[in-house]
Write a protein that binds this ligand. Structure first.
Ligand SMILES: [Zn+2]
Length: 402
């Protein structure tokens, strides 16, 4: 047994100060309001630290120069680098790409889900920022990979020069269903609502994103089963009082959970505050939208879906200056939530761990509770990661080359 002793245990909505977290094997065996010292246990002194559930990032393209769509099987390498940032599980995320590239990523996801390499974050089913997004809201997504979901006369089958079709992409998804978690799409495209229904019926989680839908189209997609919003406010119709847009629809409908890029740059802290106030911490998932530029110094270069990106002080940019995702990491997202967005430590933990776990249907994850899986992070008073545990085993300790 391992005991994280004397730390402030961050539970949903409250904190137990000077408590102890008991870990037995892969599970949390107890949450105690005192400094426990059972005989035979390994005692880890957590005094002066916060103990939080491991962060779950549902939108991450890469880290430290690696992108999910790189050659050479990067998904496992990405997962291996994340525990130092407090991430214990991630949805590897792709930009729109050709079918063979998507197939490769999903095969890597499948392999990593079957056997998690020791020391690596858990790989969850992938998040596809899919081919079915609105070209006018594509951001850094490659225009030549975008497709209309259907029907045929509206461009479902692209007839020219052997280029891949919407059907080809749907076939890749169908062949790898368990490894496709979230599918981001624009419901206003021809066939969009039918695609929402079909994907939901097949067990995927449909997310509204990179979309120019008006509020009625967004509400229709929610009625058709969409339950997730991709980087709320970024690359979607904005909210105004007579035209609430996708953002307004997402804020208005409780059954939809919203991703929020918590770097203070993609979304102004005041709007983050508005979103969290509207939806509650139970309806907001802090994400990084991390690129290969995350964890690299300003001036560095990396790739996003094969294209070069540049790291600036604020974010990652394509060569033409298009905003291309963040350089955020989850530990910094946590710090931003508390220090810049005025959230409590408990609510920050909810948005970084509990809500993503709930929304993905991961029971026994994302919470410090007896019986839950022991994916746990110890943070110092500045919210820097001191130790990370996955399945009850320490996989990262600051100051060591774990
Ligand atoms: Zn995006």
């Amino acid at each position: 047994m391992i005991v994280l002793a004397g730390g402030d245990l961050v539970l949903p909505g409250r904190i137990i100060t000077h408590g102890s977290l008991l870990i037995d094997g892969v599970r949390i065996a107890g949450v105690e309001a005192r400094r426990a010292d059972p005989s035979g246990a390994t005692i880890v002194d957590a005094a002066g630290c916060y103990v939080v559930p491991g962060f779950i990032d549902v939108h991450a393209h890469g880290i430290e120069g690696l992108d999910t769509l790189d050659e050479g099987g990067p998904v496992a390498q990405i997962a291996a680098r994340l525990p130092r940032y407090g991430v214990t599980a991630l949805c590897p995320t792709t930009v729109a790409c050709p079918p063979q590239a998507l197939r490769s990523v999903l095969a890597q996801v499948a392999a990593a889900r079957v056997a998690r390499p020791p020391g690596s974050a858990r790989v969850l089913p992938a998040h596809l920022e899919s081919n079915f997004i609105n070209p006018e809201y594509k951001g850094a997504q490659p225009a030549d990979c975008l497709r209309v979901p259907g029907p045929a006369e509206a461009g479902h089958y692209v007839p020219d020069d052997g280029a891949f079709s919407a059907r080809d992409i749907l076939d890749v998804i169908a062949a790898a269903r368990p490894d496709v978690g979230i599918v981001t799409l624009a419901p206003e495209l021809p066939g969009g609502i039918d695609l929402v229904r079909a994907l939901v019926a097949a067990g995927h989680r449909v997310s509204l994103g990179h979309t120019g839908a008006n509020v009625d189209e967004a509400l229709a997609a929610i009625d058709a089963g969409a339950r997730h919003a991709t980087h709320l406010f970024n690359r979607m119709t904005p909210m105004s009082h007579r035209a609430p847009g996708v953002a307004g629809a997402v804020l208005a409908r409780e059954e939809v959970a919203a991703e929020l890029i918590c770097d203070g740059y993609h979304v102004h802290p005041a709007m983050c505050h508005v979103a969290i106030a509207a939806k509650g911490p139970g309806g907001v998932m802090a994400i990084t939208d991390a690129t290969g530029g995350s964890g690299l110094a300003p001036g560095s270069t990396a790739r996003l879906g094969g294209r070069r990106i540049r790291v600036t002080e604020d974010a990652a940019l394509l060569d033409d200056g298009t905003l291309a995702g963040s350089t955020l990491t989850m530990d910094r997202a946590f710090r931003m939530l508390v220090a810049s967005f005025g959230q409590s430590v408990a609510d920050a933990a909810t948005m970084c761990a509990t809500t993503p776990a709930r929304q993905l249907g991961l029971t026994g994850f994302g919470v410090l509770a007896e019986g839950a899986v022991a994916d746990v992070v110890v943070l110092d008073r500045g919210f820097r990661v001191v130790r990370t545990f996955i399945d009850g085993r320490e996989v990262y300790r600051s100051g060591t080359a774990a």
